[in-house]
Design a protein around this ligand. Structure first.
Ligand code: ATP
Length: 271
């Protein structure tokens, strides 16, 4: 269980997350949606140790993570697939995988991810093993970013908009992959812009609005009635939170995320 409790975080003294609390059950997929600037990446970064929170706790199976540096958060079981993939342009696929495997040496447990197991899951990476990061398509880069995170032997995978900029077919494959990974017992926090995409894979859906967690319900409830969440995500329905020292002041026009799903999406079957 990943448990975030009353987390306050931000930048240069400004607050981007206001007492956010969230519990993600082991082996489940928690979708996190919200408009641009709502604080989704900030929450992911705080969990991954890239940002030291001002207050609050982050707990994984009883171990405290808040304030740990990234390598210690990784050692504790947090795997990050960052927004934008962040693959190294000059390193080959094989070099990325070796580097990730080496960095996690000593962290092996039963059933640990190995390069052959990762390539079995993502055979395209095997075909492209001698290609450099900058020679890969967006979808291949995303698969590499996921493979790299798996090789750090995570118990929790944080995926920050993994389908951003991908063609629909590839994006669907990535969501299928997320469902497969959760089926192996991995806990997933999935940041998604599109509600109907999140619903293809999520067990629960949480909404961040101006740095506050304003909604957290089973995905099945959302599938039955999308309107409440769509309303939270749509333009012009909300306003800056009163008081506080929010960076998320809503001054920038934000794209509506998630609105417009014609049919409630169906979840992928779990293996
Ligand atoms: N490095 C930073 N320095 C200062 N402010 C930042 C920084 N990163 C994010 N912010 C601010 O913190 C708030 C939350 O941003 P964050 O990136 O977490 O939102 P998000 O929900 O992930 O948005 P998006 O969907 O656009 O990625 C915003 O007001 C943003 O401008």
């Amino acid at each position: 269980m990943l448990r975030v409790d009353r987390l306050v975080a931000g930048y240069d003294g400004g607050i981007a997350l206001h007492e956010v609390s969230l519990e993600v059950a082991t082996g489940s997929v928690q979708a996190l949606v919200g408009r641009n600037g709502a604080g989704k990446s900030t929450l992911v970064h705080a969990i991954a140790g890239l940002l030291t929170p001002y207050a609050g706790t982050i707990e994984l199976d009883g171990a405290q993570l808040a304030g740990l540096p990234p390598h210690k958060a990784a050692r504790a079981g947090i795997g990050l697939v960052p927004q934008g993939r962040r693959v190294f342009p000059r390193l080959t696929v094989a070099e990325h995988l070796t580097l990730a495997e080496t960095s996690a040496r000593g962290r092996r447990r039963d059933g640990a991810w190995t390069v052959p197991r990762v390539l079995d899951l993502l055979p395209r990476l095997g075909e492209r093993s001698r290609h450099r990061g900058d020679q890969l398509s967006g979808g291949e880069q995303q698969m590499l970013a996921i493979a790299r995170a798996l090789l750090t032997q995570p118990r929790v995978l944080l995926l920050d908009e993994p389908c951003e900029g991908l063609a629909p077919g590839l994006a669907a494959r990535i969501r299928e992959l997320v469902a497969e990974l959760a089926g192996t017992g991995l806990t997933v926090l999935l940041v998604e812009q599109q509600l109907h995409h999140a619903l293809q894979v999520a067990d629960r859906v949480a909404v961040l609005e101006y740095g506050r967690l304003v909604y957290d319900h089973p995905a099945d409830e959302v599938r039955v009635d999308l309107a409440p969440v769509e309303e939270m995500l749509s333009l012009g329905t909300d306003r800056p939170a009163a008081g506080g020292n929010s960076l998320s002041d809503g001054s920038t026009p934000a794209a509506a995320a998630g609105a417009g799903a014609e049919h409630p999406a169906r979840p992928f079957p779990r293996r």
